[in-house]
Ligand binder design. Structure first.
Ligand code: CDV
Length: 305
């Protein structure tokens, strides 16, 4: 048994005028609560340091747009999180907006070990939303304007005595996300998300948000014999209601912890990484049962399908 105690640190709304310091205070509070509960890894949401700014078209206030990105990780403000993690002996996953020295913008996450060292960084592969201002929507979803598509794919990292993977929000809806990591023997996939309840391109999906959230993450866990930790920034943020429902899912597909609020909330669960073997070595023994030669279409470039 390789037991990892994980804290899923859900956040409630972050206002437009909240300072980084105020937000980091909330993250540190959750990290300390997790540490008090014996957690070794704390998982925060996507874009956990700011309000979900892609909801606004910000071309007339470029300085505000720039203020939402981190140019260093750790940087002057986020160093506090790394110091706290090291002194508590607790690792963390954090979603944030990244602005590189070359001027590239990504929706990113980092995984940090219990000694405060960065294990790996992930840049969001599946970017939802739109590129141009669409004033007829009740709010924007301009991820495709404010970020580039992550170029690095889905890696895995040996950390926390297991094999860890990262994804962000919309990635969780795509089976390839989990499968590419499962092919690298992933044992726990960490996923931060911001999911508005209103989906402008097809509002008939609105009442299904909660069902779809469970459906995709439970299927991803079971079909790949991996733990999945999904963590929301939920609640009513700047007039937009987002799904909360953070959860920790076992390789069996069963939800073993689920948030009951839409605010800052910590879920703690003991995750036996050896549970993955039950699935990876039986029903989903990839070497024995997969038929990749039957799946060739999946990896063809889009225009050739
Ligand atoms: N932040 C996201 O990636 N949100 C998307 C919404 C826009 C559909 C999601 O998949 O939850």
């Amino acid at each position: 048994m390789r037991s990892l105690r994980v804290g899923a640190a859900q956040l409630g709304p972050i206002t437009r005028d909240a300072s980084r310091g105020e937000v980091i205070d909330r993250l540190v509070t959750l990290m300390r609560r997790g540490s008090d509960a014996g957690a070794q890894l704390i998982v925060f949401p996507e874009l956990a340091l700011t309000t979900f700014f892609p909801r606004w078209y910000l071309d007339d206030v470029p300085e505000e747009l720039d203020s939402y990105y981190e140019t260093e990780m750790p940087g002057p403000q986020t160093q506090r999180l790394f110091d706290e993690a090291k002194s508590l002996g607790v690792g963390f996953y954090l979603g944030y907006a990244e602005l590189t020295p070359e001027g590239k913008r990504y929706n990113s996450s980092v995984l940090v070990e219990r000694d405060g060292s960065i294990v790996g960084r992930y840049r969001k592969v599946h970017l939802p939303g739109h590129e141009e201002h669409e004033p007829d929507r009740p709010f924007q979803h301009l991820e495709r304007r404010y970020f580039e598509e992550g170029p690095d794919g889905f890696g895995v990292w040996a950390a926390f005595d297991g094999v860890m993977g990262m994804a962000l929000c919309n990635d969780r809806r795509w089976p390839e996300t989990y499968r590419v990591m499962a092919l690298q023997r992933v044992e726990m996939v960490l996923i931060g998300y911001n999911t508005p309840l209103h989906y402008a391109p097809d509002p008939s999906q609105n009442p299904l948000q909660s069902f779809h959230n469970r459906l995709v993450m439970q299927a991803g866990a079971y079909q790949n014999g991996t733990w999945v930790v999904g963590v929301a920034k939920g609640g009513l943020e700047e007039g937009v209601e987002s799904l909360a429902q953070s959860m920790i899912i076992a390789p069996s597909g069963q939800i073993i912890a689920e948030a009951v609020t839409t605010d800052d909330e910590l879920l703690v669960a003991d995750c036996d990484l050896d549970w993955c073997k039950h699935y990876k070595e039986t029903l989903f023994d990839f070497d024995r049962y997969r038929r990749p030669e039957m799946y060739e279409l999946i990896t063809q470039p889009k225009s050739e399908q």
